[in-house]
Design a protein around this ligand. Structure first.
Ligand code: AMP
Ligand code: ZN
Length: 437
């Protein structure tokens, strides 16, 4: 295999499959999946009965719409083993979702599922130009969270040297990067921004002092402005990486070298974009909730999963030659929306403004209190504060004005010194809602 690994595609036959063949493959795999869950998963047997649908009704991809949705609540209600489609002793690994409250979701992988998850990551990493010569420092959390382990095995499959650093401890991360000439890193956007601060503080110029070429950044929403800030601060290219535990974790959709939307691996998942309120499919290109169906998962197939993530399909062919359609950057989750004084606000709108201003640093926090008081706390950049109070007041007013224009309500703005807002090792907490409504 060795020489053939250093190429633009990992599995060219799968990645460039002509659309009609790809869709025929999807239909075949969908029908098998539906037949399997009808037989082995009581939840689906019940749902099919309620929806008056049988596996034989699925004759075309359009028939997908006849199938019931699966929600996060279904997964929680089936905890721990209710959605298994194979005997427990055929499973190889358990992950849980980092979900917000209550019971976690338990996600089981068979041997084949573990291997497929690694395959899709290998495919994704290679699409960004990674080869076996790359040194991969994995700065995601190892453990129940899918992020680190799935990426780890994918990079090993390519043949990279993998450094399982985990998150945090920035000085050790830096040491590893320097001593082992790390070229590729995998981390959350919030940690990437924080790490860029550390480099600046330590006087490290990543372009001269480090070998970094690319970062795989995902696990939480971030804006194009944040991507640019990370690229600038770390001296590398940032590739957007999308995934969720319910669908194997990372490697569901990934940017190629074009960096213009993420190819969603359609031989493994069927994608739909629906109106989150009505559940109806939306026309190509419109923004709505991403719904995913697994096509090859053995241990835990999931039909029409309501991801709650908001995106749209980029409905043009990609210059890289991959035929799998792309999804646009996730702009937030359907449940992320804040309603402040009657106005609908997505935290991403605020982030876009803040990360576009060079005088501001890399960390921010939205605090909601009292009846409907919103405060946006944001760090100044090292260079952004010259000690003059009138400059701070002017900057605060500028930010408040820009935010008002974007979100139609004027929040209080608090500027704080660099490095003073809390950071988290896992996913960043950007909103604290203490309202008593
Ligand atoms: P988890 O199941 O804990 O891995 O979390 C998955 C969730 O993280 C997704 O449903 C998204 O809400 C979010 N997420 C993952 N990757 C991205 C990304 N690249 N952009 C935006 N949100 C992401
Ligand atoms: Zn592409």
């Amino acid at each position: 295999m060795s020489a053939s690994i250093d190429r633009a595609y990992w599995k060219p036959e799968a990645e460039t499959l002509a659309r009609p063949a790809l869709e025929a493959l999807q239909l075949d795999r969908l029908r098998r999946t539906v037949a399997r869950v009808a037989e082995s998963v009581p939840l689906y047997r019940k749902k099919f009965e309620q929806a008056k649908v049988t596996p034989d009704d699925i004759r075309s991809l359009a028939d997908l719409r006849r199938l019931p949705f699966t929600t996060g609540a279904d997964l929680r209600a089936s905890y721990p083993t209710g959605m298994l489609a194979v005997p427990l002793d055929e499973t190889l690994r358990l992950h849980t979702s980092s979900g917000t409250t209550g019971k976690p979701k338990a996600l089981f992988f068979s041997r084949q599922d573990v291997d497929n998850a690694a395959e899709l990551i290998a495919r994704s990493f290679v699409a960004t130009g990674m080869t076996r010569q790359d040194i991969f420092q994995n700065m995601m959390t190892y453990g129940l969270f899918t992020g680190a382990l799935v990426a780890h095995y994918g990079a090993e499959k390519i043949g990279c040297l993998v450094i399982p650093a985990g998150p945090g401890n920035s000085d050790r991360q830096l040491l590893l990067m320097q001593d082992f000439h790390t070229t590729s890193i995998h981390l959350t956007p919030s940690f990437a921004l924080y790490f860029a601060d550390i480099l600046e503080k330590r006087g490290i110029d990543p372009r001269k002092d480090l070998a970094l070429k690319r970062a795989f950044v995902g696990a939480e929403p971030y804006t194009e402005e944040t991507r640019r800030k990370i690229e600038h601060g770390l001296g590398l290219r940032v590739f957007n990486s999308y995934g969720l535990s319910e669908m194997n974790g990372p490697g569901v959709a990934f940017e190629c070298q074009e960096q213009a939307g993420m190819h969603l691996w359609e031989d493994h998942y069927i994608l739909e974009i629906i109106d989150p309120e009505s559940g109806e499919p939306l026309p190509a290109g419109e923004r709505g909730e991403l719904v995913l169906t697994t096509l090859v998962r053995e241990a835990m197939p999931i039909l029409r999963y309501r991801t709650r993530d908001i995106t749209s399909v980029v409905d043009q062919p990609c210059a890289c030659g991959r035929t799998h359609r792309r999804i646009a950057r996730i702009t937030g989750r359907a449940d992320d929306m804040l309603i402040v004084r009657g106005v609908n606000i997505y935290p991403q709108q605020i982030e876009r403004i803040l990360m576009g201003l060079p005088k501001l640093g890399r960390n921010y926090l939205i605090v909601l209190e009292g009846l409907d008081e919103m405060t946006v706390k944001v760090e100044l950049s090292e260079a952004g504060f010259d000690g003059q109070l009138d400059h701070v007041v002017a900057l605060k007013n500028e930010i408040a004005g820009l935010l008002r224009a974007e979100i139609l309500t004027k929040p209080r703005v608090e500027l704080v010194p660099p490095g003073t807002l809390p950071i988290s090792e896992g996913k960043a907490k950007r909103v604290i809602d203490n309202r008593k409504l």
